[in-house]
Structure formats: structure tokens, C-alpha cells
Write a protein that binds this ligand. Structure first.
Ligand code: ZN
Length: 426
């Protein structure tokens, strides 16, 4: 595979691909999200929302104005008519590179609440639309789609009828994308054959790895009653399983946390959940995205201030371990565990810590490979749009001015190419 500047992490799904209530987790500000959500559920109110916001902006304080402005941009992109419009608006930031690659992650958004119905566009259609973009001669050399997969997909075989179909020269999907916080464990036995195949063929897997982002939106009881929290592991005897099971039972025995999905959904995406998989498939190529998140990077810094360390008072002690430290440990222990700086880089302070962290002499895996050879550039477009420095040119500029040339070559060219290369796409 030819090397070129690569964004390893982007999204182009629209709000029409997500359940109606999705914006509540997509947007950080709950009031604004609920309000935008209501508007978007009705037909023909998008223009009204934009009109209202324009008037609102005239009267808002300067600070409030820039926040709302960013939310509008986020909603604006998310409510674009289709995925190819969004891809187009992303692409225009990259044409200056001539040759470039953009990994576009499709995502299963169909099980965010097992008790509520929604008539959004399902994952099958989302994937077919991206396959169409990949077929377009204008885009096919730049777009590298990943296939969303969820343990709860039914009606077909995940490996034979889903992964093998799309991750093929015919459809042009290059890897797999999972999002455990939407309500499943990555070590779920239903993934066993898929992970075995991915390891054997060196198919790259991308997984979301922060406490934040979107998460399961239904009631805790809805997962409890379906047995989702006691699901069989593909490696039940793994040394890490008792610790994982105890984290789950802590949540099951803690009613105070069960109404806070933002917190208890941590049990799904916790970095330790990858250990049972990696002990069974040690060469699995998987990227634990975002280095655990900016807050975890800040918390791990010896010079962190009290504000940096705060996780929020409602976090129970048993969920307070540092995800960034876990991700680094996994990168050190397993040969093909990658991470990316997407989203996290929008926090300049966190980015500064990452730059110096990866220059430390102890940042080497147990095979002798420096960890900077497994770190990738990505932006998390367009979910970053709500951050102050979250637009593509700002993120690119932060990246290019923070790392040195040698590091940039690794992070944006060499590592991303190695990650994308598989038996199917050599
Ligand atoms: Zn993402």
C-alpha cells in the first residue's frame, strides 16, 4: 500500500442514520441537544431552528455566542442531506495533499435503546451508501471505509454475510468499527469467529476508547433483563476476566449509578475488556482510539491541576482508574495495539502532554518497538466540531506544529499505512 497523509478517524453518518434521540449524546450541552432533538424530529423545522439560532446569537453574550455557533456547525453537518455531502465537506480540507487517505467509520446506531423504536436509516443502508461513495471514481482513491459491527446484529452471520462481504475488493471496506458503549462487550462470544478471522488476515479494527462520547440511552434494567451484562466471554478463563466481572457486578450492586448511563456505560468500553481478546488473539490489529480521552491524559500528568484531575463527583471509586494508562499498557504488551490522537488533540494541553509522553525512553513495547510507531493521526470529524479548535484546519495545524517532522511522518503516513495493510489489501 502506498504511503500518503492519512486521517485514520472520521465519521460521515447523518442524524437520519441515528435514532431520533441520538443528539442527546452527540452534543455536550444537554439543554441545547434536547431542544435541537425536538426540532429535528419534526419535518421541515430545520430552517426554523437555524432562523431562531441566528436571532438568538444577536442577543447572546460573546462567550455563549461562540459555543452556540459551534453547536450550529455540528448540527449543520450532522443534518446534511446525505453522507456524500458530509464526505465532500471533509474532503475539501485534504485536496492540497494531492494524495491522501481518509478512514471513514460507519457505525451501528440501531441498538442505542432496546426499548424504544425509531424509524431512522439502519446500518445496512448506511453501509450501502458508503459503498456507493467508494464506487465513485471521484472518491475511490481517498476513502477507506470501515464496517460498523455490533454483537447484537441478528438475521445474518457477522463473519460470512457481513464482514467477508464488505471487506473485499468488490465493496472496498478495509476494516471493522465497534462502539461498545452503545451496549455490548468487545469480548462477547458472538465476536469470536470474527476476531479470529481479523487476526489471521490482519484486518484493522477501530474501537472507541473514552469515557465520553455517545452511549447506550435506555434504562439500566433493559440490559439487565436481557442478560447483556452477563454475556458469555470468548475467553472466560482469561486472567483479566475476574477483574472485568467484578467491575460489572459493582455497577449491578450500585443503584445510585444505574440512572447515570454516561457513567455506568463505562463498563462496556473499558480498556481492560480487550485483554481477554488479545490473550486469545495476540496479533489482533486494533486501535483503541483517542488514547482514553483528553481528560484521562490530563489526569495522568504529574503537573495536573485539581481541575484536570476532577472526574466529576458522581464517579464511583471503582470506575476511577485511568484509561490512558490502560491504553499505554495494552500498547506495550500486545504487538498490534494502536491508538490515535483523534478528538483528544482538540485539547491543546492534552496534546502537549501526549507529545512529551511519547518521547519518553520507556515508551517501547515488549518487542522493542517504540510506541510512537503505533500512534496515528485522526481528527474524529465532525464530532469535534463542537470544540473551540475542532475544525479540520485547526486540528491539522495543532498536529503539524506540535510534533517534529520525523514524528509526523510516522503518525500520519507510516503507521496509518501499516495499520490499513491486510492480507486482503496488501
Ligand atoms: Zn469517533
Amino acid at each position: 500500500m502506498k504511503k500518503s497523509f492519512t486521517n485514520a478517524h472520521s465519521h460521515i453518518f447523518t442524524v437520519n442514520h441515528a435514532p431520533d434521540y441520538f443528539l442527546r449524546t452527540g452534543i455536550g450541552n444537554a439543554t441545547f441537544a434536547n431542544w435541537a432533538d425536538k426540532f429535528l424530529q419534526k419535518d421541515g423545522t430545520r430552517w426554523a431552528m437555524k432562523g431562531f439560532l441566528k436571532v438568538y446569537l444577536l442577543f447572546a453574550s460573546k462567550e455563549r455566542r461562540s459555543t452556540v455557533q459551534r453547536y450550529i456547525e455540528f448540527v449543520e453537518i450532522g443534518t446534511s442531506a446525505n453522507q456524500s455531502d458530509i464526505y465532500n465537506s471533509l474532503l475539501k480540507n485534504y485536496v492540497k495533499f494531492g494524495d491522501f487517505k481518509i478512514i471513514v467509520l460507519t457505525q451501528v446506531l440501531d441498538y442505542l435503546d432496546l426499548e424504544r423504536s425509531s424509524n431512522h436509516i439502519r446500518i445496512q443502508t448506511q453501509v450501502e451508501e458508503v459503498a456507493d461513495i467508494k464506487r465513485n471514481a471521484l472518491y475511490q482513491n481517498n476513502i477507506y471505509p470501515f464496517l460498523g459491527v455490533d454483537a447484537r446484529q441478528t438475521g445474518f452471520d457477522l463473519l460470512e454475510d457481513w464482514a467477508k462481504k464488505y471487506i473485499s475488493p468488490q465493496y472496498g471496506f478495509y476494516g471493522l468499527k465497534i462502539y461498545p458503549a452503545s451496549g455490548f462487550f468487545p469480548f462477547d462470544r458472538r465476536f469470536d469467529a470474527l476476531w479470529a478471522w481479523a487476526e489471521e488476515n490482519q484486518i484493522p479494527i477501530m474501537t472507541h476508547c473514552t469515557r465520553g462520547g455517545s452511549f447506550y440511552l435506555g434504562r439500566f434494567e433493559s440490559l439487565l433483563s436481557t442478560g447483556a451484562l452477563k454475556v458469555a466471554s470468548l475467553n472466560e478463563d482469561a486472567v483479566s476476566m475476574p477483574s472485568i466481572r467484578s467491575r460489572i457486578s459493582n455497577v449491578m450492586n450500585d443503584p445510585s449509578v444505574q440512572t447515570k448511563n454516561r457513567i455506568w456505560c463505562n463498563i462496556f468500553g473499558h480498556p481492560e475488556n480487550y485483554k481477554p481478546i488479545l490473550d486469545k488473539y495476540p496479533k489482533l490489529k486494533i486501535c483503541l482510539a483517542h488514547l482514553g480521552g483528553a481528560n484521562e491524559v490530563l489526569r495522568g500528568d504529574p503537573n495536573a491541576t485539581a481541575a484536570d484531575i476532577a472526574l466529576g463527583n458522581d464517579y464511583p471509586v471503582y470506575l476511577k482508574d485511568n484509561w490512558c494508562e490502560h491504553v499505554i499498557e495494552l500498547m506495550k504488551t500486545y504487538e498490534n495495539v494502536y491508538s490515535d490522537i483523534s478528538y483528544t488533540l482538540s485539547d491543546p494541553k492534552a496534546l502537549g502532554i501526549i507529545v512529551s509522553m511519547f518521547r519518553q525512553p520507556n515508551m517501547v513495547d515488549k518487542f522493542g518497538t517504540p510506541l510512537i510507531n503505533k500512534l496515528m493521526y485522526g481528527t474524529d470529524f465532525y464530532l469535534t466540531q463542537q470544540e473551540e479548535k475542532g475544525d479540520e484546519p485547526s486540528l491539522e495545524n495543532l498536529f503539524l506544529t506540535s510534533f517534529n517532522q520525523n514524528e509526523i511522518t510516522k503518525i500520519a503516513y507510516d503507521n496509518t499505512t501499516a495499520y490499513l495493510t491486510s492480507v486482503i489489501f496488501p
